[in-house]
Design a protein around this ligand. Structure first.
Ligand code: CA
Length: 404
């Protein structure tokens, strides 16, 4: 959060009414776009003048546009993402925060059924337990970011436009001052990085000051718990476990979608590392994010709820593992294939294109190795007699390039 001289919402509102409007005489595409959003916002109940006043004079941010091209969780190998986020320092800081806010965590556990370690892990991953909110080099004005995306990212303009209107609604309600409405390049706000549309439905006032304030620790943690509960978090259950696979394990079974009981998995050669935590009849899917050379995970339904916060497997596994580390568990038993070079974006797109040419559909060619691409890799590997572990590495790409 950037702290500046306070300018109340009412003052901005009054100032806006006195002005002539966002580029009323201008006819650039940018000014036209802002004018259209301003009219839409008013049609959707944002008070007259508020949208207008907030959008007046806003300039497009080149930094925000370039950020859309490089989302960290898709550009780095999974272990780099985990290593950067889960360190001895972030674990220790999380444990300090758990102690500092113990009463709040306890009240949230009772009301929403989200355990404190999971919630603290979201807090740590999303904002470094709030540290980035004070970092002027990271946070940006939300209205400017979302205006830039709504008028400059044609592929998703309707999504960004809606988020911008929801951000204006937050200001209109007076829950946050315009100066405080800062966030990520994508407009995610506060300790646990809520998008404005998520704020509208799930944000809560938990500290009792009458405002839903994502820069308040109790409000943002309770809002996050409220969201996770609504997404189906199962009280008392964990996200899953690391699993150890037997020598002759059939990797085609690790398809990320088929639910089997832990007893069944054990019979197939995939045993959870902490079986005491896992009822034999509870079901899980199996995923091997870095193939046979890395750790395997039995994922229970709560892992899908973590993915509702951010669909990246790297992200969800980081939240999951940080929650376990905060709980006092150790590092993964099996290490990652750290010697492997990550494929570049161009190489990942080439890989996807070549898989498609071999008849293994990957969906959109977007350079993101998600569930569909991993399924296509497993199918290709199976068709050429390789171990079907779904791992996208240099050797796989070379093999595909050599067999057009
Ligand atoms: Ca509050």
């Amino acid at each position: 959060m950037i702290r500046r001289a306070s300018l109340s919402c009412a003052a901005v509102f009054t100032a806006a009414l006195a002005m002539t409007g966002p580029g009323r005489s201008e006819t650039s595409p940018w000014a036209d776009c802002l004018r259209g959003i301003s009219a839409d916002a008013e049609a959707r109940g944002v008070p007259q003048g508020m949208a207008h006043g907030q959008l007046l004079g806003v300039a497009s941010s080149p930094a925000v546009l370039s950020a859309t091209q490089s989302q960290a969780e898709f550009a780095k190998p999974i272990w780099a993402y985990l290593d950067a986020t889960i360190t001895e320092a972030t674990i220790a800081e999380g444990q300090r925060k758990l102690a500092e806010w113990a009463d709040t965590f306890e009240a949230i556990e009772r009301r929403f059924g989200i355990d404190r370690f999971t919630l603290a892990a979201f807090w740590g991953v999303e904002s470094g337990y709030g540290k980035v909110l004070d970092d002027a080099a990271i946070v940006r004005p939300v209205v400017q970011s979302l205006a830039t995306l709504a008028c400059g990212d044609p592929g998703r303009s309707s999504y960004w436009r809606n988020e911008l209107i929801e951000a204006l609604r937050i200001l209109a309600q007076g829950d946050v001052s315009p100066e405080r409405l800062t966030g990520s390049w994508a407009g995610a706000m506060g300790h646990t990085q809520f998008m404005p549309s998520v704020y509208r439905t799930y944000a809560l006032d938990f500290d009792g000051d009458g405002r839903r304030d994502l820069w308040s620790t109790p409000d943002s943690l309770a809002s996050t718990a409220n969201y996770l509960a609504a997404m189906g978090w199962r009280r008392g259950e964990r996200w899953g476990n690391e699993a150890i696979l037997g020598e002759s394990f059939d990797y085609a079974l690790a398809d990320e979608t088929t639910l089997r009981s832990h007893d069944e998995w054990r019979g197939l050669g995939a045993g959870a590392i902490s079986p005491s935590d896992t009822e034999g009849a509870a079901t899980a899917t199996l995923v091997v994010p870095a193939g046979a050379g890395g750790p395997a995970f039995l994922l229970r339904p709560n892992f899908s709820v973590i993915l509702r916060y951010n669909t990246s497997l790297s992200y969800a596994l980081t939240v999951a593992h940080l929650s376990d580390r905060l709980r006092g568990q150790g590092a993964f038993a099996r290490d990652w294939p750290r010697g492997d070079r990550a494929l570049t974006d161009a190489e990942r797109r080439d890989l996807q294109t070549r898989l498609g040419a071999h008849g293994h559909a990957v969906g959109v060619i977007d350079g993101r190795i998600g569930p569909k691409t991993r399924a296509a890799i497993r199918a290709y590997q199976g068709s050429v007699g390789q171990r079907p572990d779904g791992y996208a590495d240099v050797a796989l790409l070379e093999r595909l390039r050599a067999s057009p």
